[in-house]
Every structure is written in structure tokens, then in C-alpha cells.
Design a binder for this molecule. Structure first.
Ligand code: SF4
Length: 462
């Protein structure tokens, strides 16, 4: 079955607007510093007091990288100092030892993620040590989904063995573009052979799912050059591919000024590159999960979408719903049913708070009744690409039509463009609607206007 018969550039152009990625609802710009360390402690206590044995998800942020990619939008620190990295690891352990004893021992970890920065910048010994330390403080589920973000440039087989011994079984690596001129311009020289080595090692060691990230919109990219990159990626044959739109925000990320705007593809060319990429991926048998994410039809993520068990959290699409997420390390975000919490983004402040015996929480958010309703609708649309309004009415005791009168008016534009239909109590997303699902979700977001006015920090949807 082919997902898109025709990709209409006019529609992509029309919906190329700024918008949240909805890894949470409400999105992180709504978080407030009124939610601090004590609020987090109260949340941990109340969510572990009832004997509830809901599974856990753990996220660890490893901020260090050895060189700076000029396009980078992550919370990272460039360092060549190994002692700085080991100091940070010791603080991660202190943070684990502060938080883990407060969590009910009945709860198993079914999802683990190391992100960054570059988790693979740790030495194999550091990976083994931190992996064993974490494993000794939590109970891992047998079918744990444990993912790690890799930079093939620093990677050795020993690193991958260390990750595997620490329980990791999913890997994601940045490629961005294989073209040497593009790689030079963005200060990330990564020959094709080392990406192939990294993927081969993952396969050899039994990693279940391998994802490659691409970015379109980087300097010197042309339709022909990016097509070559896509061809190489298809030959490598990963289970998942993400194709991100480069967000050029030099007023937020100062180092992006090192990229000259005149060398970047025009907005029109970017859309053509995206269109070509989608066509090639779909022709090769990949399935668009939504937005810029593609997976093989039999990959667990595509399966989860068909079985309506897909979920979204701060790591993106996930196959494990209903877990409380605990974040460790600077800038890490946690998510409970009633709240979100984010650690401070500054390393000095992170150390200070941990030294003072406090959680490093800098900001957070407590969900309101309205947020819960909208979150269910937005996550339903983002993950299932359809929503049963009757189920939502029953779940929250509302009249969908009355509650979402404004949202349904905003949805009219998408219905007129053939991207959404409403019938039999269902809202269904069709065709290219998958690619602009963020725009569709925005219709139901009660915070969007205020965020756009006060903190317009979102990337373009396509
Ligand atoms: S390796 Fe990743 S996190 Fe580090 S600078 Fe490059 S893009 Fe950013």
C-alpha cells in the first residue's frame, strides 16, 4: 500500500509554519519556575505513595561533545577535558542516589534513554560503570526498550559492546548529510565508512532497531546532492529514518551564525528536497509515522501505530505508553501524569543544587483538567492520526462539539484541503495531513497563541 500518491508542494508550502513538536502537551515553553525542587519532591512522593506499580521510563542527559556541529540545536557543551566528563558522571550518580530511593521498588523500568550531547563520548569504561550503577539502583523490565544516541565519529566496537552489556538495544545516530562539502561547512566530517561501521556493529551485537537522522536545509545542499545522501541511507537500510528540517535560529543558538545564510537552500528548494526524500523513502517501503519520522512497515514503531499503542514523550515517538518519566542530568525533562519537571540547563547550577541535596528542578508545570483533555486529543491525533470523539466525550464527560467549538472551526481549513475528515464521530487525518500533523494538533492547543507571542521558539513544521 502506498501512503502518498502525490505530494502537493503547494500544500507543503502553505503549511510550512512554526509549531511545537508536541513531545509534551502543554509544550515546554509553558513551564514555569514557580515549579521548583520542592514541587518535584511532592510529586515524587504522591506518585509513589499509593503502591501503584506503573512502569518507569528513565532519561539521562549527557551534554558533552568533542567538537561543535554548527547547526546544533541541542543543550550541549564542547570539551576535551575527560575530567570534566567524569565529574559530571559522578553528579549523575549523586542525583540517582537522591531520587531512586524515593521511587517505589515495585516499579520496573521499561524504557531507558541516553541522549545528549553525545553519550558515546563517554569511554567504554564510563559507559559500563554508569550502566551498572543505574542497573543496581532500579529494577529493569526484561523487555526493556533501551535507546542510545550515537555519534559514529568517536565510536569503537568496544563502545558498542559496553552499551550492549549495559542493556541498550536500540540505537540512533546522526548522519545529517553524506556530502563532503556540506559536512565541511557544518563542521561535522563523518565519512560514509564510519557510519556503515557503526550500523554493522549495532547489527552484530543484536540491537533491535537502528535509526538514522538526516537534516535538510544545511549549506550547499542541492536536490541532487541530498538525493545521493538518501540513496546511501537506503543502501544502509536502517529500521527508522528521521528527516529534520534545519531550524536556523542564530538569535537563540549563537554558533549558528557560523553558517552563512547565502549558502543555504532557499525555502522553496528545501520543500523540493523534502518532497524528493519522502518519495524515495516511501518507494523504498518505509512508512511515514507522522511529521518527519519514517519506519519500516514491520518495525515496532509502525506496528505500534497500527495497534494504537504509540505514544509521544520527550524522546519523540515511543512504543511504551503510561510510564512516569524521570529525567537525570542538566536540562533533562521528566513527565508524570499530573506534571512536567525540567532540570536546570546550567551545569554550575546543576552541581550546586545536587551538592545542596536538592533535586536540580528549574521549572515545571502542573496539568489542569483542561490540559488533560487537550493532551488526550493532541496525542491521539499525533500518534493514531485519528480520534474517536465519542470516546473522548465519555472519558472526560464533555460534549466534544461544544468544548472544541473554536478548534473545529480552525480544522475547517484542513478539511477543505482534504487533509482531515470528520464523520461517524471520528476525526481522521489523510494523506499529506500526516506530514503537517503538528499544524493539525495546533488547532486544539489552548496555549499556542500566548506561546507564539511570548516565546516563538518553534521550528517550521515542514
Ligand atoms: S554531536 Fe550532536 S549534540 Fe554534539 S554538537 Fe553535534 S549535533 Fe550537537
Amino acid at each position: 500500500m502506498k501512503q502518498f500518491d502525490h505530494i502537493d508542494l503547494n500544500l507543503l508550502r502553505k503549511y510550512s509554519r512554526q509549531g511545537p513538536r508536541y513531545t509534551s502537551y502543554p509544550p515546554a515553553p509553558v513551564f514555569s519556575t514557580a515549579f521548583g525542587p520542592q514541587s518535584y519532591l511532592d510529586e515524587i512522593q504522591s506518585t509513589n505513595a499509593s503502591g501503584d506499580a506503573a512502569d518507569l521510563s528513565l532519561y539521562f542527559h549527557h551534554p558533552f561533545c568533542d567538537t561543535l556541529c554548527y547547526f546544533c540545536g541541542c543543550t550541549m557543551l564542547v570539551t576535551r577535558s575527560r575530567s570534566q566528563i567524569s565529574q559530571y558522571n559522578s553528579y549523575l550518580e549523586k542525583e540517582i542516589d537522591m531520587i531512586a530511593p524515593m521511587i517505589s521498588q515495585n516499579r520496573r523500568v521499561s524504557q531507558l534513554h541516553w541522549g545528549g550531547g553525545t553519550p558515546s563520548y563517554l569511554t567504554p569504561e564510563e559507559i559500563r560503570h554508569l550502566g551498572a550503577f543505574t542497573g543496581s539502583r532500579f529494577n529493569y523490565s526484561e523487555d526493556i526498550e533501551a535507546g542510545v544516541e550515537l555519534d559514529p565519529r568517536e565510536l569503537t566496537f568496544d563502545h558498542m559492546q559496553a552499551f550492549r552489556e549495559s542493556g541498550f538495544n536500540r540505537a540512533s545516530m546522526g548522519v545529517q548529510d553524506f556530502d563532503p562539502q556540506v559536512q565541511q561547512a557544518v563542521n561535522r566530517v563523518q565519512p560514509e565508512s564510519i557510519t556503515r561501521d557503526a550500523v554493522n556493529w549495532c547489527r552484530q551485537l543484536g540491537f533491535k532497531s537502528i535509526n538514522l537522522d538526516l537534516i535538510y536545509g544545511l549549506p550547499f545542499q542541492t536536490l541532487a546532492s541530498f538525493e545521493k545522501t538518501v540513496d546511501i541511507v537506503l543502501d544502509i537500510n536502517p529500521d527508522r529514518i528521521a528527516v529534520f528540517n534545519y531550524a536556523h535560529v542564530p538569535w537563540l543558538k549563537k554558533h549558528q551564525k557560523l553558517l552563512l545564510e547565502e549558502t543555504m537552500p532557499s525555502p522553496e528548494l528545501k520543500l523540493e528536497i523534502f518532497k524528493m526524500t519522502i518519495e524515495k523513502l516511501i518507494d523504498a517501503g518505509y512508512w511515514n509515522i507522522g511529521m518527519d519520522h519514517f519506519a519500516k512497515f514491520d518495525d515496532e514503531m509502525a506496528r505500534a501505530q497500527r495497534e494504537h499503542t504509540l505514544y509521544r514523550n520527550f524522546q519523540g515517538y515511543s512504543t511504551k505508553a503510561g510510564c512516569d518519566l524521570y529525567g537525570f542530568g542538566m536540562s533533562a525533562i521528566g513527565q508524570f501524569n499530573q506534571s512536567y519537571q525540567q532540570n536546570t540547563k546550567g551545569i554550575a547550577e546543576y552541581y550546586q543544587l545536587i551538592d545542596a541535596g536538592k533535586p536540580a528542578t528549574h521549572a515545571g508545570y502542573r496539568m489542569t483538567a483542561d490540559d488533560h483533555i487537550r493532551k488526550a486529543v493532541i496525542m491521539g491525533l499525533m500518534c493514531d492520526l485519528e480520534l474517536d470523539m465519542a470516546v473522548t466525550e465519555k472519558q472526560f464527560d464533555i460534549s466534544f462539539e461544544n468544548y472544541f467549538r473554536d478548534a473545529l472551526v480552525k480544522l475547517r481549513e484542513f478539511i477543505d484541503d482534504g487533509l482531515v475528515s470528520i464523520g461517524d464521530s471520528k476525526i481522521s487525518v489523510h494523506g499529506l495531513g500526516r506530514l503537517v500533523i503538528r499544524n493539525i494538533a495546533m488547532c486544539f492547543d489552548a496555549h499556542i497563541e500566548k506561546m507564539m507571542k511570548e516565546k516563538p521558539v518553534f521550528s517550521k513544521t515542514v
